[in-house]
Ligand binder design. Structure first.
Ligand SMILES: Cc1ncc(COP(=O)(O)O)c(C=O)c1O
Length: 445
């Protein structure tokens, strides 16, 4: 078929969608129907829809069809951080800070300014961090049930960077990495950038389906598994001891590297030990000080098997050289004087309060969440459309995420993720009431 004809079809659809003639949620003809109607091959019809999807104009849902996307919610919403107006309530990204944290920072910077350490902070630091910083992290990790040594710790610019350097150090383009079918979008961004193939594992409310992981490993050359055993974002599960043992057994059997993301682990109440504690030789543990202290610090860490440390330090060298020395020094002081422990306890209580408000207001909607977590996952009834709800909320100045950024399957479930940690406690209840109303309204359209 001549390219011009294919392009004309794309342009015609695009124009009708942009003009509002094809409204959001409109179901488009099947690939076959479009092919028959336009007298083109089915592959051409599929190509037209693929291009429209790449333009962010339609979304295809396996088994259901192709639908016009709501244009108020830009593609990448929930992945890329778009600037929000001051009047918008952010239930999309989590950057939990407590009242008084700015004063803590002010005091810490004053103390740092008066210390003899300052000169050293003007220079490059060792790639994996100074001995003192790494030792402070090692002590902190005892609280998480991880007994490790400073030489197995490298400081990074936040957990996102920790995941990136782990992937750079351990994986090659084309490698297959297993991950929950619904997973943290930042890992998908890394996989895209490094040309890794993410293979979805079906997920239950208690963790990944380990049999499905084993089946996948039998059929595909899986190199690693990305897991969030202690407080999965966004599903909120904490794997029990038994599931952890099963994941480790599959990893050992098939030679997988475990990438354990523990960014929200501090919120869990007495969880089983991390995978890295039970299987330190095959696990890289990644976490940081964004969610428990402040996202702007950009300080995190990885704990890796000794043999992997040189490659990880090389990847840090390639991407940043070292973490920002000043904020790392502040974090180290806060680790040493107990501030981090106090903030973690306060944030656990804060998250529990916010989660209780959400449970209360959003009942009787289905909710999947951990009792002291900063987010909740709302699987929607089949007749509701998440993008339409997100768009309706955006018009009411509330930003939420659909399942789209979290799904690594072709089929994206209809679900909304709410981040509860960013908005003032005083505005949270009102915003959640608006969310519940928007979901109800969508169902009764
Ligand atoms: C599961 C998970 N991992 C990693 C990150 C990245 O965090 P950081 O700010 O430490 O880079 C986030 C941030 O939301 C997260 O939710």
């Amino acid at each position: 078929m001549p390219a011009a004809r294919y392009k004309r079809l794309v342009d015609a659809f695009a124009a009708r969608i942009r003009a509002g003639e094809l409204r959001s949620g409109t179901q488009l003809p099947t690939h076959r129907q479009l092919a028959a109607r336009e007298g083109v091959a089915v592959v051409t019809a599929s190509r037209v829809y693929a291009e429209l999807e790449a333009m962010g104009l339609v979304s295809s849902e396996q088994g259901r069809g192709t639908f016009v996307r709501d244009q108020t919610v830009p593609p990448g919403h929930g992945i890329d951080q778009h600037a929000l107006g001051a009047d918008t309530v952010d239930l999309n990204f989590n950057y939990p800070t407590l009242p008084g944290q700015a004063d803590l920072l002010r005091r810490a910077l004053r103390e740092l300014a008066g210390s003899g350490d300052l000169e050293a902070l003007l220079r490059y630091q060792p790639h994996g961090g100074r001995e003192r910083d790494r030792a402070a992290v090692a002590t902190h990790l005892l609280n998480r049930g991880l007994d490790t040594t400073p030489d197995r710790i490298a400081l990074v610019d936040g957990a996102q960077h920790g995941l990136t350097v782990t992937a750079l150090a351990a994986l090659q383009p084309g490698d297959v990495v297993a991950a929950d079918a619904i997973t943290y979008p930042g890992f998908t961004v890394i996989a895209d950038a490094l040309r890794l193939e993410l293979a979805p594992i079906p997920t239950t409310s208690t963790g990944p389906d380990v049999d499905a992981l084993a089946r996948l490993c039998r059929h595909r050359p899986v190199r690693a598994v990305y897991a969030m055993p202690t407080l999965h974002n966004p599903l909120g599960y904490v794997m029990d001891e038994d599931v952890r043992q099963q994941v480790i057994a599959v990893a050992r059997r098939y030679g997988l590297l475990i990438i354990e993301d523990a960014s929200y682990a501090y919120l869990a109440h007495r969880p089983p030990p991390p995978l890295a504690a039970t299987a330190p030789d095959i696990t890289v543990y990644v976490s940081g000080f964004s969610k428990n202290v402040a996202t702007g610090l950009r300080v995190g860490y990885v704990v890796a098997p000794q043999t992997r440390m040189p490659a990880i330090e090389r990847a840090i060298r390639a991407t940043t050289w070292n973490t920002p020395a000043v904020t790392t020094a502040v974090v180290t002081r806060w680790l040493e004087d107990g501030t981090v422990d106090r903030l973690e306890a306060d944030k656990r209580a804060d998250a529990e309060r916010r989660q209780a408000i959400a449970q209360n207001i959003l009942t009787p909607l289905r909710q999947q969440a951990y009792p002291s977590s900063y987010f909740t996952w709302l699987p929607l009834p089949d007749d509701a459309r998440a993008d339409r709800i997100a768009a309706a909320l955006a018009r009411q100045r509330i930003s939420v995420s659909t399942a789209e950024p979290f799904a690594i399957t072709e089929h994206v479930p209809q679900a909304i993720r709410l981040a509860l940690g960013s908005t003032d406690l005083s505005t949270l209840a009102g915003a959640l009431t608006t969310v519940r109303r928007a979901i109800d309204d969508d169902r009764h359209r």
